[in-house]
Design a protein around this ligand. Structure first.
Ligand code: HEM
Length: 400
């Protein structure tokens, strides 16, 4: 089914300015939920689906809302991968890649090394008394942890972070900038080489990593498939934990009473994580393509229609979350959409939860005494497909 890249007949057309969406998408989403819960947005080239219930409904019908969107930039940078496949192909790749990211494996295989990585980074900055916690701590931590889980012992955290940035830039290269394509190509070639080397090594000596799990999968996986899937994981496994760390730390630094409660009752870190991911979702939306005619949110969409599931909007839907724009760790539990849903539910959810809520936040707030914001940080919040703080400048008493 080829992609239909225009509005469905009868779909409301709403012009949204991309610069404004990048600055703050939430007012536009609130208006869409109220007046046009499925709307064609020309600047995005897709129908945006913005209400919680409609997004959940679409996630339950992967055979209608296919992940195989044609012409996506992700396919151009990475090649075919599990995120843009449907079952049964998706299931085969997911079954091969997933075991090292399950809760038990996270606890038994990775938690100790994650903790050492966090302490090493804090050792480097603790004596300075000031830092950008996004650049100097959260990003290198997410990259170092990801290198471990993937099994890329031959790559440094700096390599992983740089590759991740280059591929993210390629995936959003709507302007077709040749320099960005070139940088993305350099990164993907370097990843291909690193994966080929480690695949060879773990063939002889399995090490529990994602590469090892794919090499030894019961249902065989080709080297090129391992390479592409490692690329997609590097493209998406660094910025989201980094962003949830930055936004959650910022939210607490601006709410000292809440912070004191969390410090006194560490079990609350888990709630801080889920509420942060709901409040400012690191991934704001992702694409689907219709395999057949289908009516949703009052609009009859023809087969081939392109739809974006705007989970950042669903997570602010007032019909599900009261005072949805507020950050509130005490809100009644309702499942948020930040990790997606259905067969593509985030494979790294347990890795991210552990590295951020069990380790990164407690260690940072425990070791850096008197942590304070240097500026309001609000100006550093940007993005709508991916949203987070580009920096979090803080000071503390440098006595560690
Ligand atoms: C707070 C952190 C994270 C958030 C909010 C997040 C969010 C998401 C979302 C929304 C999806 C679904 C996309 C879609 O259906 O098109 C997804 C899929 C995925 N995520 Fe994450 N992610 C996070 C961390 C991670 C990490 C650390 C890893 C790697 C260890 C990872 C690996 C993946 C993979 C491989 C998929 C594709 C799963 C599939 O297609 O079956 N994620 N993530």
């Amino acid at each position: 089914m080829s992609a239909v890249t225009t509005a469905a007949p009868g779909a409301p057309v709403v012009d949204l300015d991309l610069a404004e969406l990048r600055r703050d998408p939430y007012p536009a989403y609130a208006e869409l939920r109220r007046t046009a819960p499925l709307a064609w947005v020309p600047s995005v080239g897709r129908h945006l689906l913005t209400r919680y219930e409609d997004i959940v409904h679409a996630e339950k019908l992967p055979e209608v809302f296919s992940s195989r969107e044609e012409g996506s930039l992700l396919l151009r940078t990475v090649g075919p991968n599990l995120l843009r496949e449907d079952d049964p192909e998706h299931r085969r790749l997911r079954a091969a890649a997933e075991p090292p990211t399950r809760p038990r494996q996270v606890r038994d295989l990775w938690a100790g090394a994650f903790e050492r990585n966090a302490h090493d980074l804090l050792d480097r900055i603790a004596g300075h008394g000031e830092a950008d916690l996004v650049r100097d701590f959260a990003e290198p931590l997410a990259a170092a942890n990801l290198a471990l889980v993937l099994g890329l012992r031959n790559a440094s955290a700096d390599d992983i972070a740089a590759w991740s940035r280059a591929m993210m830039d390629g995936n959003s290269n709507y302007a077709d900038d040749p320099d960005l394509w070139l940088r993305a190509e350099h990164a993907t070639r370097a990843i291909d080489e690193a994966v080929a080397e480690m695949a060879e090594a773990v063939r002889r000596e399995p090490d529990g990593s994602v590469i090892s799990s794919m090499v030894h999968a019961a249902d065989p996986v080709e080297l090129s498939e391992i390479q592409n899937n490692v690329k997609v994981i590097i493209g998406g496994g660094v910025n989201e934990p980094r962003d949830v760390f930055g936004v959650g730390a910022w939210a607490l630094l601006r709410r000292p009473e809440m912070l004191n409660r969390v410090l006194a009752e560490p079990v609350l870190w888990k709630r801080v994580f889920e509420e942060t991911a709901r409040w400012i979702s690191p991934i704001g939306m992702y694409p689907r393509q219709l395999t057949q005619d289908y009516e949703i949110a009052g609009v009859a969409l023809p087969a081939g229609s392109r739809v974006a599931l705007v989970i950042a909007s669903g997570n602010r839907d007032e019909s599900v979350f009261e005072r949805a724009d507020e950050f509130d760790v005490d809100r009644p539990h309702r499942p948020h959409l930040a990790f997606g849903g259905g067969p593509h539910f985030c494979m790294g959810a347990w890795v991210a939860r552990h590295e951020v809520s069990a380790l990164a936040w407690p260690l940072v707030f425990g070791r850096l005494k008197g942590l304070r914001l240097v500026d309001s940080a609000e100006d550093h919040l940007e993005g709508w497909v991916f949203r987070g703080l580009t920096s979090l400048n803080v000071t503390w008493q440098a006595s560690d």
